[in-house]
Design a protein around this ligand. Structure first.
Ligand code: 5AD
Ligand code: SF4
Length: 421
């Protein structure tokens, strides 16, 4: 979502004649697009702001957008008085106001709903992977999560608007569509005639476009994985055989305290249904360790579920208490040393699973999407259908395309491959 927001912010400014630069000292406007999901991300923003204010041109405008802006509000101006603007994730389309009136301090952290999508200009040229937001906000209210506060209640965009964006992306260079939402598979939109559309309808419609060869979506909530959506994995070959389906914890007690009221049996049942719809599907997860009250036995159950599902490519985090969340006020907060030890153990195991899966890919031929040139400038980098990075030895055409690649080698982080055609 932040990549999408970043692209739109850049698009808004370039359409006004501005150019991007990597050098803070050259910039006329500096924007930090921020994430507030864990305390570490927020802390990084403020240390970066401290650095930037010393490096920037004296008259350069600078400010923050996104979730830290929403979380900090006017306090951000108190901490960094040089800031010119603080705009929340649903009000960054107001950014041009500061260009027209650079002498004001612009603060807008309103939850404006879907208004920004109507106001943002379309990108002239789509990247090969087009991120298309379909809903924003979240009604799940997991007790650890700041997102319902920063991005607001869940809202689904009109079906026709999303299809318009998808067609525009397809006509201007997109090869892959990634539908986005904090609770993407909860997408539900009822039009004026009373017809209701779900994510499965969007996938079916996007798959009709010839230019679009790969479709995926993120982030999903387990119980919103309805049968119509599972069936898409059976019928739509353009849908990639890879799904991030965060379980967060393998302990039923912890899940209840997280306010994620699904049973582990139901979760496993959904994974099995997905596997029977698409035998080559692989699942990844997000995990939180050290949630308040998590016992050794709770944690071991998380290790167990990881073994059972054999996740690939997962994300794991130490629980981080966040403002505006219920879990931050819970008793039995877990000491940092225990969180670290649990995270190290889980990470080591998830890395083993990842390495095992990567190694199992050697010898296979996969359609991979060109992503760019590596740091040395001598190799092309691709993404496999499982979102693994694959580096090829030969230099090919540096334009967005799909290539059949034979996987020749693998380690934990990436694959090596040979272009077949
Ligand atoms: N502490 C640690 N991890 C968190 N996440 C969300 N909130 C927190 C928190 N307070 C993780 C979840 C989610 C991912 C995007 O971030 O695992 O799926
Ligand atoms: Fe946060 Fe995801 Fe839970 Fe929504 S479903 S509250 S975004 S962790």
């Amino acid at each position: 979502m932040n990549v999408y927001d970043g692209q739109r912010i850049a698009g808004m400014l370039t359409s006004r004649g501005m150019k991007q630069t990597d050098k803070v000292s050259e910039a006329d406007i500096i924007i930090l697009n921020t994430c507030a999901v864990r305390a570490k991300a927020t802390d990084k923003v403020f240390s970066a702001l401290g650095r930037i204010r010393n490096e920037k041109k004296p008259d350069a405008l600078f400010g923050i957008v996104g979730c830290v802006a929403r979380e900090s509000g006017a306090d951000a101006f108190r901490r960094i008085p040089e800031l010119n603007f603080v705009l929340g994730p649903q009000s960054y389309h107001k950014l041009p106001e500061i260009l027209e009136n650079p002498d004001i301090k612009l603060l807008n952290i309103d939850l404006g709903g879907l208004e920004k999508f109507d106001e943002l200009p379309q990108l002239e040229k789509s990247p090969a992977v087009a991120y298309i937001p379909i809903q924003e906000g979240c009604n799940h209210c997991c007790t650890y999560c700041i997102v319902p506060y920063t991005r607001g209640r869940e809202l689904s965009r009109p079906f026709n608007d999303i299809i318009k964006d998808t067609i525009h992306a397809a006509n201007t260079g997109a090869i892959e569509i990634c539908f986005l939402g904090q609770n993407v598979n909860g997408y539900k939109y009822t039009d004026q005639e009373g017809k209701t559309y779900r994510l499965s309808d969007l996938i079916r419609e996007a798959a009709k476009l010839n230019a679009i060869q790969r479709i995926r979506f993120t982030s999903s909530y387990p119980t919103e994985m309805t049968n119509d959506l599972i069936d898409m994995f059976r019928t739509e070959t353009k849908l990639l055989p890879f799904l991030n389906l965060p379980i967060q914890s393998g302990s039923q007690n912890v899940l209840t305290r997280m306010n994620r009221p699904y049973s582990l049996d139901l979760y496993i049942d959904i994974v099995n249904k997905l596997k029977s719809a698409r035998p080559d599907i692989q699942i990844s997860s997000d995990f939180i360790v050290g949630f308040p009250g998590e016992t050794d036995s709770d944690f071991e159950q998380t290790m167990e579920i990881a073994k059972r599902v054999k996740y690939i490519n997962s994300y794991s985090f130490k629980y981080s208490p966040r403002p505006h969340t219920a879990a931050a006020l819970m008793p039995d907060q877990i000491p940092e040393s225990i969180k670290s030890a649990r995270l190290a153990k889980l990470d080591a195991y998830l890395n083993d699973l990842q390495r095992e899966f990567n190694t199992s890919c050697i010898g296979k031929i996969m359609p991979c999407l060109y992503e760019g040139v590596d740091k040395t400038g001598r190799h092309l980098v691709y993404r496999t259908p499982y979102m693994q990075q694959c580096i090829t030895d030969t230099v090919g055409e540096a334009i967005p395309h799909l290539a059949q690649i034979e996987i020749t080698d693998a380690n934990k982080a990436s694959l090596r491959g040979k272009i077949i055609k």
